[in-house]
Design a protein. Structure first.
Length: 315
């Protein structure tokens, strides 16, 4: 079975999505050839009465324990940097990316997951209060020790990514080789500056695409690729940041391609993301088996050249 370049987001596993459903989704994803599972140490603090995260990692730990051998079939990504310092303190007061925090958070994540190493460890968001050389050194130390594999940066400005790589080179340690940002077929208006759609460093821009294309060692992961159901569900309106004429034209093109191929809009979006250059690994957070099967179908879909041209030229 060919591995699928689509990641399963486990953000609300063990909180909003109950344990039985979460485990069923994990099983089906892996049995279908899925490899990457994405979580974070802060998931899902907003869903839990304690105001702190860790529930997703704990559920994944129970799943690994119940499924001997599954660890050899998957790659696990988790993150550090966004856990609230106290209930209700996020985003103003979060743990950050000091060496002390990274050391403690990694130990806690490994314990929750019941693992001896994490395949991909992300800085969840940039920490401008901590010297970047300290953060780079802490990640590099754990990569050298083998407790983490690859290093990733999420929600980072590209200039900070390059600075991290330069510092890693100076220190003789591993640097970041994965970026995780938000992306989808629809594009937000320029200069959007709210928390959910900050065009400056939270979105894959043309510059980021060019960067990854010219640096093939850098993988791109995209979160929220399906716009929280906005492509398919009338009860999930698309955010006003995407309210511009280009969205109308893109939705028309998307609907035309989906109808011609006899598939859903979601499947077309995922195929578009994965089949481009550079190829993007979408992170899909699914709450039901039917939604997951649609996403897996999209991961297997190859768009005809004419369909991709139509989608790309719709602005």
């Amino acid at each position: 079975m060919t591995d699928l370049r689509i990641a399963l987001g486990a953000m609300e596993f063990g909180t909003r999505i109950d344990e039985k459903t979460s485990i069923a989704l994990l099983d089906e994803y892996v049995d279908a050839g899925g490899v990457w599972i994405d979580t974070a140490n802060c998931y899902a603090f907003w869903q839990h009465e304690s105001g702190h995260g860790g529930q997703s990692e704990e559920l994944l730990g129970r799943w690994f324990a119940q499924r001997p051998g599954v660890r050899d079939r998957v790659k696990l990504a988790t993150k550090v940097g966004c856990e609230p310092l106290w209930p209700g303190s996020y985003p103003e007061h979060a743990e950050g990316l000091s060496a002390k925090v990274i050391d403690a958070a990694l130990e806690t994540s490994l314990r929750r997951l019941g693992l001896d190493h994490i395949d991909l460890y992300f800085a969840h968001r940039d920490d401008l209060e901590t010297p970047q050389d300290e953060t780079v050194a802490a990640f590099g130390k754990h990569a050298k020790a083998g407790t983490i594999g690859r290093i990733g940066l999420s929600n980072y400005a590209l200039w900070r990514v390059e600075r991290a790589r330069g510092l890693a080179h100076q220190q003789g340690v591993d640097g970041p080789t994965v970026l995780q940002l938000r992306y989808s077929y629809l594009q937000p208006r320029p200069f959007v500056r709210d928390q959910a759609h900050d065009h400056r460093f939270g979105w894959i821009t043309d510059e980021v695409l060019d960067y990854a294309d010219r640096n093939p060692e850098q993988d791109l992961f995209a979160y929220s690729p399906l716009m929280s159901g906005g492509y398919e569900r009338d009860d999930r309106p698309i955010h006003e940041a995407f309210d511009h004429p280009g969205t109308t034209r893109r939705l028309e093109a998307l609907g035309k391609v989906a109808a011609e191929l006899g598939v859903s809009r979601n499947e077309v979006v995922l195929a578009w993301l994965m089949g481009g250059s550079p190829s993007i690994i979408p992170i899909v957070g699914m709450s039901t088996p039917d939604y997951l099967r649609t996403a897996l179908s999209g991961a297997r879909l190859t768009l005809p050249a004419s369909a991709r041209t139509l989608l790309d030229q719709a602005w």
